[in-house]
Write a protein that binds this ligand. Structure first.
Ligand code: NOJ
Length: 570
């Protein structure tokens, strides 16, 4: 029975997805079972016990559908088939059953802002202006011999592609092979909802919805503010567009509400006010959203190619805003990493031998003690780091390769600088094979991996991590377990302390008579920390930490990247 959790200012209904920890699998890089160098579904099934051991509740599977792989599966040509490289529908069913047998749920990636240009709908659509599928996509006449407006695509160049056959342009907010679907067409919505229902009937447990905040466009298509690359910013006319909530409510009524699902919307450009609608606790849209503000602090949204470091003061301000303002109104998702972000230790921690594991554990503590549903990206639980890519040939990601050609090509960024920026920020940092052991290719494949293996696999790998009680892996296992033991971690109210401190991230959580104190040192500096007034060492019990410290003291000297969590009963 799910009883509501009561506290002074809200009543929050308990649901399984609020209490879950999600693990994201990027199938191409997880585990290859047939030696073709590409991860696959049977490879995932083989490793199900590993995930059970870690203790996660849910797997979010990046796309496994049929796709020509222009954007590694985020360009789908058939929503009801499995990509050949990943296996068959029988393999999928076996994987789903293997997960369910172990009490692990499966969340599918739903990519419906766009399809592949090889999807039969688009193949039809581009044939003629009166084709029944024409209005499944967004076609416009050119303006003055050029594209209909100045919008730039997320992967560089114009967001419009001219199609000779009918002398019109189609919209693609991502690559030219990812035409945007026309959600204003009720037939498109019906097709999508039918397909979602088909997967739900199969027994899946939810959807992660790719760029779902972008499905409804301002149909007047105004020019956008000019960005660094000379193209206009479509953001204000696309993010949280005019009908997005209407369409998601329709999706909820027609599909989602019939099942018990975890739904998470990837919501570029989402604000607090918008998130309160998408992820409202009444549940008439989605369970939660991925917001990007903390990931964009080093320049992401406006221009990601740099080596800037995120300011800890700004990080705290941003995350605290989400923690406080959604509390009791909408549900948060928590993440440092995914397949689109560089590795967290390289970005926010310290990759030196001395502090790599310590800082990985500190970052994990800081995130997992917050309010919301935590997401672990494959390899994060091992302390995997960014990759020493040498030349452009080492990269596979369309965004990285296109950006290199665009900015180096037009002389805006010198080649050497761009290589450094790619090494720091490229999505491929997250996409190299999971490091299973110290054998050839990190035990990922017996063939040639589709992308290089990080050479540090001899040191950082699952086998080694599982052989050692103080590893990052077992630290994650403990964090996951604690979330199951202490309701305050899931439902407690958050309060930030020391907002101006540039090294320390300190916060409390509170639920009824229970309180947690979470202390994280984001720097290499030793720092003095004094307990806040109501905290007395004799009343505090130690929950977890990344050094040997267990006893609390009124004044504590925190070590580099130290994290420690205490609990007290009021
Ligand atoms: C967001 C996905 O996470 C990313 O990997 C992809 O390239 C774009 N959406 C386009 O589908």
């Amino acid at each position: 029975m799910h009883l509501p959790v009561q506290n002074e200012d809200n009543v929050m209904e308990k649901t399984w997805w609020k209490e879950s920890v999600v693990y994201q699998i990027y199938p191409r890089s997880f585990n290859d079972s047939n030696g073709d160098g590409i991860g696959d579904l049977n490879g995932i099934t083989e490793k199900m016990d590993y995930l059970k051991e870690l203790g996660i509740d849910v797997i979010w599977l990046s796309p496994v559908y049929e796709s020509p792989n222009d954007d590694n599966g985020y360009d789908i040509s058939n929503y009801r088939e499995i990509m050949n490289e990943f296996g068959t529908m029988e393999d999928y069913d076996r994987m789903l059953a293997a997960a369910h047998e172990r009490g692990i749920k499966i969340v599918m990636d739903l990519v419906v802002n766009h399809t592949s240009d090889e999807h039969p709908w688009f193949v039809e659509s581009r044939k003629s202006k009166d084709n029944p599928y024409r209005d499944y996509y967004i076609w416009k006449d050119g303006k003055d011999g050029d594209a209909p407006n100045n919008w730039g695509s997320c992967f560089g160049g114009s967001a419009w592609k001219y199609d000779e056959k009918t002398d019109m342009y189609f919209l693609h907010l991502f690559s030219q092979k990812q035409p945007d679907l026309n959600w204003d067409n009720p037939k498109v919505r019906e097709e999508v909802f039918d397909m979602m229902d088909w997967w739900c009937q199969k027994g899946i447990d939810g959807f992660r919805m790719d760029v779902i905040s972008m499905i409804s466009k301002d149909r007047t298509f105004p020019d956008g503010r000019i960005k660094e690359n000379g193209y206009g910013d479509f953001g204000p006319f696309v993010h949280n567009g005019p009908h997005v909530h209407e369409y998601l409510q329709e999706m909820n009524q027609k599909v989602l509400s019939k099942y018990s699902l975890l739904t998470v919307g990837e919501c570029a450009g989402v604000t607090i006010e918008e998130a309160k609608k998408y992820a409202n606790l009444e549940g008439n849209e989605l369970s939660m959203v991925f917001q990007f503000e903390h990931m964009d602090l080093d320049g992401g949204e406006s221009f990601k190619w740099n080596e800037r470091k995120i300011s800890i003061v700004e990080l705290k301000e941003t995350l605290s805003k989400w923690q406080n303002e959604l509390y009791g109104k909408a549900w948060n998702s928590l993440y440092w990493c995914n397949h689109d972000q560089p590795r967290m230790i390289s970005r926010l921690g310290n990759t030196s031998r001395e502090y790599r594991e310590i800082s990985a554990k500190m970052l994990a503590t800081c995130l997992h003690m917050m309010q919301g549903t935590p997401y672990i990206y494959q390899g994060e639980e091992l302390g995997m780091t960014n990759v020493p890519f040498e030349t452009l040939d080492d990269f596979r990601d369309i965004e990285s390769i296109d950006a290199y050609h665009e900015y180096v090509g037009n002389g805006q960024i010198p080649a050497e600088d761009m290589m450094r920026f790619l090494r720091y920020k490229s999505r491929d940092n997250a996409r190299t094979p999971l490091q299973w052991d110290d054998s050839e290719n990190a035990g990922f494949t017996s063939g040639t991996p589709w992308i290089m293996v990080n050479p540090n696999y001899t040191e950082i790998n699952a086998k080694e991590q599982m052989s050692r009680a103080d590893s990052v892996f077992y630290y994650y296992q403990k964090l996951i377990r604690l979330r199951k033991e202490y309701e305050v971690i899931v439902y407690g109210k958050y309060e930030l302390l020391l907002p101006e401190d540039k090294d320390l991230y300190v916060y409390t959580r509170e639920l009824e008579d229970e309180k947690l104190l979470v202390i994280c040192n984001f720097s290499e500096n030793r720092r003095m920390f004094e307990l806040p007034a109501e905290w007395k060492p004799e009343n505090m019990t130690h929950l977890i930490g990344n050094y040997g410290r267990t006893e609390a003291e009124y004044r504590m000297e925190l070590k580099p990247y130290e994290a420690v969590v205490y609990r007290m009963k009021k």
